[in-house]
Design a protein around this ligand. Structure first.
Ligand SMILES: Cc1ncc(COP(=O)(O)O)c(C=O)c1O
Length: 404
């Protein structure tokens, strides 16, 4: 397939009421703006379609239940899951990883077991593992990075042992944009009998994902980075793993039978979805998936890759700019400017109507490894174009002039 298409080939800014003319929104890795189709689906969900799910005997609730479960089917198809019963709706990737750590980890780890993470993980894929490791007496290892900022799978292969029970890695780095060779990571994990969890937050909005082809065991992502609503996310887990896991939250909707003598639980996914779910968020997620699928993930990937290349080429020609990450980063460019704090870069760019993220990006161990407190990060979405890159580069040139 020819992945090299002009970044002009995809310019969907008109679909996004949140992006006024002349504003370069380059913070999609934090959260994506919402297309009209998603906003309309949410408005309908809270308007003429609104009702609860799974309980109502009246028609509106029955229809809402059908729509809710249709979204689950849609998510399953979107990520190549064999069954919709393997899709658990959660608040976001953070909640999904905490669920796996507490439930799967709480049921599986023994003292002396090991968990493999990497230097570039988001805090959401570090802290939940530290919490469960502390409780269960497990230890954490950290796979290093290659020179250009990828998880070094050769090094990881040499570190993995049969004590490792879980390998949890970012599919795409939220700072460097580097893409994991997920299939190889799965083979390495399985070779020592470990499970592989992939944090797909930055992958699902930028490239096609097929969990069956990747061979992972758990896959997590957040709806709001995929042009969908906040407060909704997805945990995919292999059926046999979910079946063996205990719930971490109890309440309505997750039970089979409740008596004061004891409670039995519903099968997955209901077992992990205690309480009234984020019904409208699930509908919005469905609309978001329809939206990106209609454009095509291959086209989105090619579009963002072209914008990354243009940005990196332009910034590399400025002496004081230091770029991080590989040249084939998926939609994300992190950099620093010598002698300028990233917050100052962000503030000056904001005056130029360019919105970027400046900070540690919830990846403090990665910042320590890179030898910085923070970076500036530009990240792209379907609404960005070459004018946005030009505005960014122009703004950076102004920053370098101001700071001499
Ligand atoms: C790679 C990665 N993992 C996890 C998260 C956490 O996502 P959320 O805050 O939506 O749970 C993010 C969000 O920044 C991310 O980029």
């Amino acid at each position: 397939m020819d992945m090299v298409v002009s970044s002009r080939a995809l310019d969907r800014v008109a679909d996004f009421p949140g992006i006024p003319g002349g504003w370069a929104y380059l913070d999609t890795a934090a959260t994506a703006q919402k297309p009209r189709a998603v906003i309309d689906a949410i408005a309908r969900g809270y308007g003429e379609s609104y009702a609860t799910v799974h309980r109502g005997v009246y028609q509106r609730s029955a229809e809402m239940t059908l729509a809710f479960e249709a979204s689950r089917e849609r998510v399953a198809a979107f990520v190549g899951a064999p069954s919709a019963d393997e899709i658990v709706f959660v608040r976001g990737a953070t909640e999904a990883i905490n669920l796996v750590a507490q439930s799967w980890g709480g049921g599986s780890f023994k003292p002396g077991d090991r968990i493999m993470l990497s230097t570039l993980e988001h805090h959401s894929n570090i802290v939940p593992w530290q919490m469960i490791a502390g409780r269960m007496g497990a230890e954490i290892d950290v796979a290093p990075l290659t020179q250009d900022g990828r998880i070094d799978l050769d090094a990881m292969a040499g570190m993995l042992t049969t004590r490792h029970k879980m390998v949890a890695l970012a599919h795409v780095s939220n700072v460097l944009g580097s893409v994991l060779d997920a299939r190889r990571a799965a083979d390495l994990a399985h070779h020592v009998g470990a499970k592989l969890l992939l944090d797909g937050c930055q992958a699902v909005p930028r490239m096609p994902v097929d969990v069956a082809a990747l061979g992972c065991d758990f896959y997590v992502f957040s709806g709001h980075k995929l042009y969908g609503p906040t407060g909704i996310g997805v945990l995919w887990g292999r059926a046999e793993l979910l079946d063996a896991m205990l719930p971490v939250q109890g309440g309505g909707a997750m039970i089979d039978k409740v008596t004061f003598a004891g409670t039995t639980y519903a099968p997955p996914p209901a077992r992990f979805e205690a309480g009234t779910p984020h019904v409208v968020g699930v509908l919005g997620l469905h609309a978001a998936i329809d939206y990106v699928d209609d454009i095509g993930l291959n086209a989105i990937h090619a579009h963002e890759s072209a914008l990354v290349r243009e940005t990196r080429d332009a910034l590399a020609s400025l002496n004081s700019v230091h770029l991080f990450g590989p040249g084939d980063s998926a939609g994300i460019v992190s950099f620093v400017i010598q002698g300028v704090h990233p917050h100052d870069i962000g503030t000056i760019l904001d005056e130029e109507r360019v919105a970027i993220r400046a900070g540690h990006h919830c990846a403090q161990p990665l910042m320590a490894y890179l030898g910085v407190d923070a970076t500036a990060r530009a990240s792209f979405g379907v609404y960005n174009n070459q004018q946005d890159v030009a505005a960014l580069v122009c703004g950076i040139e102004r920053v370098t002039r101001i700071f001499g």
